[in-house]
Structure formats: C-alpha cells, structure tokens
Design a protein around this ligand. Structure first.
Ligand code: 5GP
Ligand code: ZN
Length: 114
C-alpha cells in the first residue's frame, strides 16, 4: 500500500536490517529496540490492524508465529524465553498500521506489561 512504511520495507524501497524473508513475510530489526533482541515480523500483505484479519489470513498469521519462533531459536533466546506481541490501536501503542509481531527477548520482562 502506498505510503505504508512496512509495505515499502517489504518491497525493499526503504532499507532495513532484514533477518529473514520468504514469499509471505519479512522479518527485520526494529529501528528503536526495546530489548537485546527486537525483531518485527511483517506479512507482505497489507493488513492495517488485528481487527482486519480475515478468514483467508488464518494460515498467514500462523506462519508469522512460526517464523518468530524459528528466529528466536536462531538468535539463541528460545530456551530462556521471548515474547511475540501484536499491538492493536491507540491504547496498545500501535504506531504503524500494517500488522506486525514484535519478537522481544534477550532480557527478562515484566508481566503485566506497562
Ligand atoms: P507498533 O508501535 O506499531 O506496535 O510498532 C511499530 C514499531 O516499528 C516500533 O517498535 C518502531 O520502532 C518500529 N519502526 C517504525 N518505523 C520503522 C522503520 O522505518 N524501520 C524499522 N526497522 N522499524 C520501524
Ligand atoms: Zn503496509
């Protein structure tokens, strides 16, 4: 989608530190990391928020979680633990309206989150 920063990164029009990519999704380092490991897992398909995920997207969402788990293993944080988080709308702090999973790890985290 024109003007969407994550569509632009997926199309490689805007640079990012890409960790992994396939035909369905792309994973790259967050520009403002909140943990030692902070990677965004982004579907190539533009979906604005979790509220727009449709029946046809179910396999895609599962794929994002599998990709996050594999990257966590590759980064060596799987055993100690990690989070896969999708923020939705203002109260959750969503700032980019193209869905993405945050993979966070490499430090211990609090619950509930702030
Ligand atoms: P949200 O707040 O929508 O859940 O997460 C958006 C995330 O995207 C933030 O953690 C922010 O640091 C990251 N981000 C925003 N713009 C860019 C960018 O241009 N490049 C990268 N790599 N990350 C970005
Ligand atoms: Zn987009």
């Amino acid at each position: 989608m024109t003007g969407c920063i994550f569509c632009e990164i997926a199309a490689r029009n805007i640079p990012a530190r890409i960790v992994y990519e396939d035909d369905l999704a792309i994973a790259f380092e967050d520009i403002n990391p909140q943990a030692l490991v902070h990677i965004l897992i982004v579907p190539r398909k533009h979906i604005a928020t979790a509220l727009e995920i449709g029946d046809a997207d179910q396999a895609l969402i599962g794929h994002l979680f599998q990709m996050g788990a594999k990257i966590a293993q590759n980064k060596g944080i799987a055993e100690k633990g990690f989070r896969l988080v999708m923020n939705t709308n203002a109260d959750a702090g969503q700032t980019v309206f193209h869905i993405h999973l945050h993979l966070l790890g490499g430090r211990s985290m609090h619950w509930p989150p702030g």
